[in-house]
Design a protein around this ligand. Structure first.
Ligand SMILES: NC(=O)c1ccc[n+]([C@@H]2O[C@H](COP(=O)([O-])OP(=O)(O)OC[C@H]3O[C@@H](n4cnc5c(N)ncnc54)[C@H](OP(=O)(O)O)[C@@H]3O)[C@@H](O)[C@H]2O)c1
Length: 297
């Protein structure tokens, strides 16, 4: 099978690519804004400006994949609020390009989205709950989803939340906490934003199962534990045996982030676990995996 990965330098793709190479015999096309380091007989890499419609189309049509996985997005929530045009380009226009390309190549489009499509009044959310985004990131990601669901192509949308893993190109919440506490830097962490953090390999495995089992539709992917960011930070500190004294509680209202945040976010993942035959790990088990991966490097 031939699989194109758009946003090959993303946190998600960084976990997904080696797992695909280990666990399947797929041939991969890695599409990224930067040269990718992976050298493997089953990998071709293309440096492409994904906002350039014809460059993206030419690159993907050269490879003619059966599956396109879109892991590219503008994911910085506050930056999306301030740079709306760029957020729309990356989170909607690029997705519209991919829909056309998927139609032309008859490929299955696997797309990643977020619990931030919900307002956070009543999470964790199921696939049946109605989206109602409260910030520009969420709005743009929902518009991206809609571009796919209305297109009449084979597609799968995987919504996820608070993805963490071993150090990759972009620091995630776990790496941010570890680094701060390691260097004795105090951090303020919100007590009233709730989610169920997702270990990146669980998300990657969900993508692989979607591809292998040709599952279409909407799936929610989140970890087994539902907790506040503050409690998550304390669990990280305790796990890595550093003092929790440097973790200061703050409310979302006090923090004054540029973009509004859904407070009770998070995703009920029962459908995904049943349909994909997976069990998503909780925080303790995720942190064991982070530590294991960090020691292996
Ligand atoms: N991380 C989370 O906690 C989280 C939570 C909920 C949902 N999600 C969703 O999951 C997906 C993957 O997230 P992620 O955290 O793995 O992504 P990420 O690490 O933030 O990477 C996103 C990728 O998008 C591409 N990209 C970003 N800005 C770009 C620009 N200006 N021009 C061209 N390409 C650009 C880059 O790909 P290249 O480096 O290959 O060019 C970048 O590596 C996204 O759809 C996101 O909305 C993530």
């Amino acid at each position: 099978m031939k699989i194109t990965i758009i946003g090959a330098g993303s946190t998600t793709a960084t976990a997904l690519i080696p797992m695909l190479l280990d666990e399947t015999d797929a041939q991969l096309q890695l599409v990224s804004s930067n040269p990718t380091a992976t050298e493997h007989p089953r990998v071709v890499a293309d440096v492409v400006d994904i906002a350039d419609r014809s460059a993206l189309k030419d690159a993907v049509m050269r490879f003619m994949p059966e599956v396109i996985v879109n892991a590219a997005a503008m994911t910085n929530v506050d930056a999306c609020e301030m740079e709306r045009q760029l957020a729309w380009t990356l989170n909607v226009t690029v997705v519209e390009h991919l829909v056309r390309i998927a139609r032309a190549t008859d490929a299955h489009l696997v797309h990643l989205s977020t619990d931030y499509v919900f307002d956070g009044e009543a999470g964790p959310y199921t696939e049946q709950d109605l989206p109602s985004p409260i910030n520009y990131y969420g709005k743009s990601k929902l518009a991206g989803e809609n571009a796919i669901t209305t297109a009449g192509i084979d597609h799968t949308i995987l919504r996820t939340n608070v993805v963490y893993g071993p150090p990759s190109g972009r620091p995630d919440f776990v790496q941010w906490v570890i680094k701060a506490l390691d260097t004795s830097r105090p951090i303020t962490v919100v007590t009233d934003q709730f989610s169920n953090p997702t270990y990146v390999d669980d998300l990657a495995m969900a993508i692989i199962r979607v591809v292998e089992r040709k599952r279409t539709g909407l799936y929610h992917i989140g970890g087994a534990d539902y907790l506040s960011r503050y409690d998550f930070a304390r669990r990280i500190a305790t796990f890595f045996k550093v003092s929790t004294d440097l973790i200061r509680p703050i409310t979302t209202a006090e923090l004054q982030q540029a973009a509004k945040r859904p407070l009770k976010g998070g995703l009920v993942s029962l459908k995904a676990q049943a349909m994909l035959g997976l069990r998503f790990r909780g925080v303790e088990s995720g942190l064991v995996s982070v530590r294991h991966a960090m020691f292996q490097r």
